[in-house]
Design a protein around this ligand. Sequence first.
Ligand code: FAD
Ligand code: DLZ
Ligand code: SF4
Length: 545
Amino acid sequence: MKTLRFVLGDQLHRRIASLTDLDPDTDVVLMVEVREEATYARHHQQKIVFVFSAMRHFAAELEAEGITVDYVRLDDGDNTGSFTGELERAIGRHNSEKVVVTEPGEWRVWEMMQNWREDLSPSVEIREDNRFLCSRTAFEAWAGDRKALRMETFYREMRRRTGWLMDGKEPEGGQWNFDSENRKRLPRDLAAPDRTGFPPDAVTQECMALVAREFGDHFGTLDGFRWPVTRKDALAALKHFITACMPTFGDYQDAMRQGAPFLYHALISPPLNAGLLTAEEVCRAAERAFRDGKAPLNAVEGFIRQILGWREYVRGLYWTRMPGYAETNALGAGRDLPWFYWSAETEMNCLHQCISETRDHAYAHHIQRLMVLGNFALLAGIEPRQVEEWYLIVYADAYEWVELPNVHGMVLWADGGVMGSKPYAASGAYIDRMSDYCGSCAYDVKAKTGEKACPFNYLYWDFLIRNADRLDKNPRMAMPYRTLGRMSEERRAEVTADADRFLASLRSAPDSAETVRAAPNPPPTGKGPSAPSRARKSSRPTRET
Ligand code: FAD
Ligand code: DLZ
Ligand code: SF4
């Protein structure tokens, strides 16, 4: 039977479910570069280059094995621009009797696949994505009727299930979690390790030229592109991380330093999410480093928890709760995304640094995403949809299955506590403790009120005041609300006045044409000059607050 095996741009693994029983004599692998995928969210330029170049390399590797690949390039004159259009054309070209796909990473594409099953004449088989350590069905069984789905409970179950970092039935070292030993301040004289960058080869350079031509008005710069685009290079990046960074990963996992965007982080999320690496081999490599005495338990446990725990957990949560998950807005946040998220033009140095690094590398590490960029969006009460669209656009590793729970649940608490028992709200003191940003800031992190005070300081209390009716009964928020209760009326009024003044000064569109030119490739925002490309369709249930 002539089977058409459709592989998407984030499914680039030789043993992906849709390729397992491939017959090179009869079957054709279909891969397509389509405008719709590059623009449903106006992705960072580096993200598009990464996906296209990784797809082209993967196709070449399959061909080198003797497999027939039908690869449609973006600039192919007949390209219809969408998955559905290209699949229909390919079915006609190959007279296919059957189509095999692997389930996608986004609800949007899942809905498309359901339509293919109904509308197309060859049968369409959708296979479970075999790259994850917990299947959608296994997660649903674990979730059952639980109201709150806590990562820590899930993670322990996964440790038992895989046997990783286990000593018989007990966790290695007698504890499940070693975070009390992690998350130290970075000593000033400690130099961050070199990053293994992969200079663009000829294929990547061709993709860079294409993206500059077709998507040059998208957010982000291309010059610093150093992502691994083949499995070979992704494995080299993993090896470098395990030997050079893993031993210190836990200690400085939460640290931030001006001019050092990568520190001890793995930089593997784009290749991992695209299929160039698997979660299993990454976790096994980390565990081996511990067993061989090359990395301490606090570091290895902390790292494995990110993948076996957080990564699997957010995916399970996404598929269990979609499509309704994206629609909630538990804190009723409705402010527009400030323009500086695109231009990096803000006097708040921490935000300026994190946004500039995001623009230059399509990357920011976890704490920058959570405690600087996310914390600001939470405290300022920015509308979840606009924040989510921003995160989906700007990071090379962003796909909705992983971006949405992290932003909607972890950062914005828009799910009302499904994911986290309380919002991760913090004042400037946290950023000052974990970074050197405050030393070069126009604001004073120690000042609590007034024009020069760090905006995080009064926004934090203003957030608690604004959301008292939603949060003050939360047992995990008892302490800050007790402190707020002791605050004088005069001080509360100062907080509110500072916050109102500051929030009123935020612009959701560029101030002037001058600013537009100054901003690198400013994309249209939700309220900006041109209409937004909505990441998600409006076919969802109506918003609850
Ligand atoms: P490291 O810090 O070295 O961690 C190792 C690996 O652990 C990562 O590669 C990643 O695969 C996994 N991991 C760690 N934390 C998480 C997490 N919370 N959820 C899922 N996986 C995790 N990660 C994405 O892959 N795509 C996203 O779109 C994404 N959006 C995020 C948005 C917000 C607001 C936050 C707070 C986190 C987000 N993350 C996302 C998780 C995390 O920030 C990135 O995975 C990490 O920064 C990638 O860099 P790294 O490979 O150097 O990670
Ligand atoms: C992110 C992305 C981009 C920019 N372009 C393509 C593409 O042209 N072709 C393709 O197969 N995949 C692309 N992707 C990845 C898809 O968006 C991803 O497969 C879906 O979002 C499902 O996770
Ligand atoms: Fe950020 Fe406040 Fe520190 Fe400035 S003072 S860098 S705004 S935390």
